[in-house]
Design a protein around this ligand. Structure first.
Ligand code: C2E
Ligand code: CA
Ligand code: CA
Ligand code: CA
Length: 278
């Protein structure tokens, strides 16, 4: 019950709202929200296991709903995908992430930002070039952005996806295989796409110390990442024990509630300072 309360609190008073939980948002409401730019990125740190330092964050979409409050993506991402509106969300996330990058840089902080891309976007010819052009125009070097490939279905148009992903990688952007070990985030994809980072799904991470089987899968994922020359990120690090285990196993980065929850751009520096002090 404590954990549940924490989880609800992390989404603000809003999550208490029935509507936010039941996710009954209409198409009109979602279209209007995109137009009014009610979606924004929250940022969650990825901490280096070696020394606890934080140089990277993941941008996670939130909907600042006028009545329901801050709504988590579980309640709208699939709907946006279904309506063919995910591109618009991705674009707004990219623009606001670039703005956050510049605001932090102006305060002397440099973070590498990971943005989640939808596979349906990557099927469009020229999609990578739009991103490359936009970030170059913003004066942000490619080493400061990583794209996480999240998917729930197999790639239907592999040649176009591959072309876009290869373009991004060749320009120097990072490419991350998200939720590794689940669904379609598989060995087959690893072999075809020029990834630079492997993100181990939290089902293999949270509480891993308690399960021999989970520890074995974790170890083999880390071994694979190492052999392929990919950096490794474990998601869902919730306790000091999870952290200690991953550190012992030689994982590169950890992301999870143990370090910090996703934060607004303005709150991120404070959250990082609190983590670094402990
Ligand atoms: P994801 O990319 O796997 O992101 C990690 C999710 O795990 C986030 O949920 C994050 O808040 C949550 N998380 C982080 N640390 C912990 C922890 O220690 N324990 C537990 N139990 N959970 C943790 P969130 O923000 O609700 O996002 C859910 C999913 O929505 C994301 O999963 C991603 O697939 C999708 N998503 C979020 N933002 C975007 C976006 O801008 N575009 C697209 N296409 N998908 C997005
Ligand atoms: Ca992700
Ligand atoms: Ca993930
Ligand atoms: Ca996921």
């Amino acid at each position: 019950p404590d954990k549940l309360r924490q989880l609800i609190a992390s989404y603000g008073p809003v999550a208490e709202s029935q509507r936010a939980r039941r996710a009954v948002f209409s198409e009109d409401e979602i279209r209007a929200a995109l137009e009014r730019r009610e979606f924004l990125p929250y940022f969650q740190p990825k901490a280096r296991l070696a020394d606890g330092g934080i140089d990277s964050v993941e941008a996670l979409a939130r909907w600042r709903h006028p009545q329901a409050g801050v709504v988590a993506p579980g309640a709208f991402i699939d709907k946006l995908e279904g309506l063919g509106l995910i591109d618009e969300l991705t674009w707004q996330m990219l623009e606001q992430s670039a703005a956050a990058w510049k605001a932090w840089a102006a305060q002397g902080m440099e973070f590498r930002i990971s943005v989640n891309l939808s596979l349906s976007s990557l099927e469009q010819p020229g999609y990578a070039d739009r991103i490359i052009f936009y970030l170059a125009e913003q004066g942000i070097g490619s080493r400061h952005f990583v794209f996480e490939i999240t998917e729930s279905t197999a790639m239907t148009d592999l040649p176009h996806c591959l072309e876009n992903l290869t373009r991004l990688r060749m320009k120097g952007y990072g490419l991350s295989i998200d939720d590794f070990g689940t669904g379609y985030s598989s060995l087959q994809q690893l072999a075809q796409i020029p990834f630079s980072e492997l993100k181990i799904d939290r089902s293999f991470v949270t509480g891993a110390c308690a399960s021999e089987t989970t520890r074995t899968m974790l170890a083999s994922s880390l071994d694979l990442a190492g052999r392929l020359g990919l950096s490794s990120v474990a998601e869902g690090v919730e306790t000091r024990q999870d952290w200690a285990l991953l550190k012992r196993m030689g994982c590169g980065y950890a992301q999870g509630y143990f370090m910090a929850r996703p934060q607004s751009a303005a709150d991120l520096p404070g959250a990082i300072a609190r983590w670094t002090e402990t």
